[in-house]
Design a protein around this ligand. Structure first.
Ligand SMILES: [Zn+2]
Length: 267
């Protein structure tokens, strides 16, 4: 069973249908859509932290079109033999992956710092606890999570270790070195390879690597899909304006998505 803690005082947080309460009297309303905002104002880096609403909407359209379905299927296959009671998806966005991963566990929580993303997730998918919250202050009790999933999100090692139960698992998905290479070539004068190994290095000593798998597939995009992809990735914001405009004018573009999937076990 998941056990939630108050983001203000750390005491047990009791979920009720309309409000979540701790013994100190801190209360968090359940929103009309069914999510709970557990991000206190002092943990916010800005007024609307996380991905902007435009990014969230572009990503939702792109994912709903099925462009990254091979990745979702591969994650499910990789985790199929794990018997998790509790699954926490950190940086879950609008819930495209979470909604499928939830089938692997008895209980699932989707957490994201962007309220607009969580609101969309809660509207669309029921049977999952949707929380606005920070990866730096997870609102979950010590050793209460069997499986953490983190697709393209930042993790805080101390918090990850705290909430995972002994021998708990983490699924990490990051871009592989040549992810969207031709797209990035069209945007930048110089393209740098992504470094999944660097990402993995942060886990040494505290986790053992169970399996690492690379996944690559062609993305055949038409204009709308291309523009959604540009809007949802951080690349486009760093590109030169004229390069981005030239790319956005294309009616079709083919590139290759490449991901590194890593399953780790807590030592
Ligand atoms: Zn409290």
């Amino acid at each position: 069973m998941f056990r939630f803690i108050c983001p203000l005082c750390g005491q047990t947080l009791e979920p009720h249908p309309k409000v979540w309460l701790c013994a100190q009297g801190h209360s968090f309303d359940v929103a009309r859509e069914g999510y709970v905002n557990l991000l206190p104002v002092q943990h916010k880096s800005s007024r609307e932290p996380g991905d902007s609403t435009d990014m969230v909407l572009a990503r939702r359209e792109f994912l709903q079109a099925g462009h990254y379905q091979p990745l979702r299927d591969a994650c499910l296959a990789l985790l199929a033999s794990l018997q998790a009671q509790t699954l926490l998806d950190i940086g879950c966005g609008e819930g495209y992956y979470t909604s499928a991963l939830a089938a692997l566990a008895s209980e699932a929580v989707g957490l994201d710092i962007a309220k607009s993303a969580i609101r969309l997730a809660a509207r669309r998918f029921c049977g999952i606890s949707w929380l606005v919250g920070s990866a730096a202050h997870l609102p979950l009790a010590d050793a209460s999570v069997d499986l953490v999933c983190s697709l393209f999100s930042q993790l805080q090692m101390a918090e990850l270790q705290r909430v995972l139960q002994p021998s708990g698992h983490v699924l990490l998905v990051t871009p592989a070195p040549d992810h969207l290479w031709s797209l990035r070539e069209a945007l930048f004068d110089e393209v740098r390879a992504h470094e999944p190994e660097k990402f993995l290095a942060g886990f040494e000593g505290a986790f053992e690597l169970v399996v690492q798998q690379e996944l690559g597939f062609v993305l055949d995009l038409t204009g709308p899909g291309l523009r959604q992809l540009l809007m949802m990735t951080p690349y486009a914001w760093k590109a030169r304006l004229e390069k981005r405009a030239a790319l956005e004018a294309r009616v079709a573009f083919a590139t290759e998505a490449a991901f590194s999937m890593m399953l780790l076990r807590k030592l």
